[in-house]
Design a protein around this ligand. Sequence first.
Ligand code: UD1
Length: 443
Amino acid sequence: MADARPFHWEYHPEQPAPEAFRIEGGRPLRGTVGVSGAKNAALKLLAAAVLTGERCRFENMPEIEDVRVMAEVLADLGVVVDHPAPGVYEVAAGDVDWKFVPLEAAAKMRASFILLGPLLSRFGHVIISNPGGDRIGRRPVNLHVDAMRALGADIAYRNGYYFAQAPGRLRGGDVTFPFVTVMGTENAILAACLAEGTTTIRPAAQEPEVDDLIAFLVKMGAEVERTLPDAITVHGKRRLRGAAHTVMPDRIETGTFLVAAAVTGGRLTLENAACQHSGALVEVLARAGVPVSCGQHAIEVDASGLRPGDLRAVDIETAPYPLLATDLQPNLCVLLTQASGTSHVHEAIFEDRLEWLSELRKLGADVDIPDPHHASIRGPARLHGAEASIGDLRAGASLILAALAAEGTSLIHGAHHVHRGYENIDRKFQQLGASIVRSADPA
Ligand code: UD1
């Protein structure tokens, strides 16, 4: 019988007790799994809802910690946030008592900085904390601040807070970034929607999550378009209206399941997956010899016929979309431990995103890290169970993948990093035949 209890959402959850994943590896994964809504779209959509006083509704929202944190940050500002059913959020920002995003919000989640643009353009002022977030590099926000200044904002920095003002309205202008920034592009778009006049943004990030945000803004009545693959033009409006939107599928979670099948010799069907957003990933998998086939809304991967040593070494380099996502690099490193030969990895976006490889070594990976942007991985390695610690979200999912591929039992500490961005990851893997349980962390 279905669970008859009404769906209950805890608004201010207690700080969760530390948890670890206990994983017994070596089992091929088989079956069908649904891909959740994209974290990196969901967070910006929630922020976009602040641009109007009318109610907005979102479906296919991932049930992850980062979305809960963003909902909590909005509620603390005085925004009404309802969560009537799993995957559904409604946001009404009619009354916003505070235009203040505190240190606590920023420390929990760097993406809270996406509220700079919408709060500034709608209310003309905001005080927002300098964010922390993942431990994968310095991750400054100077380009977001420069973009707001290009739209006429006056921004001062004191004691860890940005004090931003735009008396009257923001003014449209040219936002020129020195290189591609995803959230910088999104913050500029969100600010420009209610600015007076026309804004151009270049180079604009081409990530599909940016287009999901644009699609929602257009439903709200905004005039935003990609005039070139890397150029976006926004004609500012006086007001926007409420709208409804279904969040696009998460292409990073898609990659995690594809690699999971490949490294366990499994066979999976991924439902609600958008193959058109995974071109660079599918190309790497094909070069490595992983059989992947794309349907309209599903992806199939069948590694059940592969023998140890069949996978081939591949050199990979991360770059902005449409090239290979840095968020997929850690997952692919696990794949490369199982490939014959030496694979070279160039992490071009973030400077600390290879550090987690020292944890992967504990499970038997043969890895060299000559400098913070380069690694080489020799395979195929016989991975074995071990104890390792998660330092950030994407490294966390990758240590799970390695433990699923390894012989024996692993204890992976720091599960909360993974809950930030993966919905029910343990349950999803269990349904595919994995032995993975969450337990109180004994460490
Ligand atoms: C987003 C994604 C993250 C992904 C990253 C790169 C969200 C919530 N997060 O992060 O998962 O890994 O894109 O695809 O969508 N930079 C600056 N100054 C700035 C902003 C960025 O120097 O003001 C640098 C960063 O340090 C990095 C590069 O620009 O080296 C690209 O970062 P960016 O695209 O901005 O990443 P995020 O948008 O923060």
